[in-house]
Design a binder for this molecule. Structure first.
Ligand SMILES: Nc1ncnc2c1ncn2[C@@H]1O[C@H](COP(=O)(O)OP(=O)(O)OP(=O)(O)O)[C@@H](O)[C@H]1O
Length: 382
């Protein structure tokens, strides 16, 4: 775990570049620092491995103050990747990756085995790349070497300062995907600086939005989009961004908590009554009456009731069984729309992990969410 406690940094003794900053990064978390140019992202990151010294405040790694650690050891044990990868041109790729293992006095065999392993991990055939020089590699390949080098001694923590920003968009996206796979596999604690919102939303477990050297929101990408801490965060990420990333909208964000429902033993007459009260043509059928701990078992529409026309029948016989279309509350909007397109009624039950009914999605709830997140509609242009 990395903890920054009341950290302040001033280069000139007057202006605070980082101001009383607090941040707690859990083990295995991928944290992205984002903010406008000059807000203090890089300085914050550099203080973690003491490339910059805090003017005030303390930084702890796994509970130990970084100040009390041997500086060289500290830096060698934290992987560091920067934008211009900084490979030494006169050294082979193998030698570049083996820099820290050499400083740590690993044996030749150990170093080579590890470097081969890392090159394969980076999808670069080791037999070939090990012996090449940096200028024989493309920008994307060099950046992969930079990551391999940062991983060489298998550090728990990796700091990455805009590592992909000098790359073309396609290579950049490819490396982001690789980074995500790598993180799934290795589970490192990663602190990643970027000013690219899409990159932050894609990679981060948590995003720290920094403004004037202070963290103004530290949360998951979903929360930052759904509940921005203030206008700056909302403006910074763009109000319509949520709409561009519908996979971040979950059923629980869209669903209505109040909706028409009826027990399996309810009569058609009672169903029609509830439909009138609720001004709806569709009800969720639940396993038992009462407000709590109900499980959805089906959906009934006015048409189904009319077609059956048997007043003595119960909902159980009339309803469409919901086995195929019950949606978990954490299902994303893209999947919700997909499921809704396959059914021919207008209300769909949402359940929690215990399969209990927690809400319903209807066309109205979808419309509400579109209105909420789409700036053009908000402007009254509909
Ligand atoms: N060594 C230094 N000496 C003096 N001022 C510095 C030094 N390093 C950074 N600064 C200043 O501190 C402020 C924050 O810089 P920093 O590099 O941390 O910002 P950033 O958020 O990473 O910016 P960018 O996105 O443009 O890289 C800037 O105003 C910068 O000019």
């Amino acid at each position: 775990m990395i903890e920054l406690k009341n950290v302040t940094k001033s280069f000139d003794g007057k202006n605070k570049v980082v101001s009383n900053l607090n941040l707690k990064i859990e083990k295995g978390e991928f944290v992205v620092l984002i903010g406008e140019s000059g807000c203090g992202k890089t300085t914050t990151m550099k203080m973690i491995n003491l490339l910059e010294k805090p003017t005030k405040g303390e930084i702890f790694i796994d509970g130990e103050n970084v100040k009390s650690q041997d500086l060289m050891e500290l830096r060698r044990n934290i992987g560091y990747v920067i934008q211009k990868v900084g490979l030494f041109p006169h050294m082979t790729i193998g030698e570049n990756i083996e820099l820290v293992p050499t400083l740590k006095k690993w044996s030749k065999e150990e170093k080579k085995a590890r470097t081969f392993e890392l090159l394969e991990l980076m999808d670069l055939p080791a037999e070939d790349f090990y012996y090449r020089y940096p200028n024989e590699l493309s920008g994307g390949q060099q950046q992969r070497i930079g990551i391999a080098r940062a991983l060489a001694v298998n550090p728990e923590i990796i700091l990455m300062d805009e590592p992909f920003s000098a790359l073309d968009p396609i290579t950049r996206e490819k490396l982001q995907d690789e980074m995500m796979n790598l993180q799934d596999e290795l589970g490192k604690t990663i602190v990643f600086v970027t000013h690219d919102m899409d990159e932050a939303l894609k990679l981060a477990d948590k995003i720290a939005v920094i403004k004037d050297g202070e963290v103004i929101q530290f949360d998951t990408p979903e929360e930052i989009l759904k509940n921005p801490a203030n206008h700056f965060v909302e403006y910074f990420f763009g109000k319509d961004r949520m709409w561009k990333t519908p996979e971040m909208l979950l059923a629980k964000d869209i669903m209505k908590k109040k909706f028409g429902k009826i027990g399996v033993k309810g009569s058609p007459a009672r169903a029609i009554e509830i439909m009138k009260e609720r001004e709806t043509n569709t009800l969720i059928v639940v396993d038992r009456e009462g407000e709590k701990k109900q499980k959805p078992v089906g959906v009934v529409t006015r048409n189904m009731i009319m077609k059956n026309n048997g007043h003595s029948m119960k909902m159980k016989e009339i309803m469409a069984s919901s086995e195929d279309f019950i949606i978990d509350e954490n299902t994303n909007m893209v999947e919700v729309l997909n499921i809704m397109s396959k059914i021919n009624f207008r209300s769909i039950p949402i359940v929690n992990k215990d399969k209990l009914l927690v809400g319903a999605i209807t066309p109205i709830s979808l419309l509400n969410i579109i209105t909420e997140i789409s700036p053009s509609i908000e402007g009254g242009e509909l």
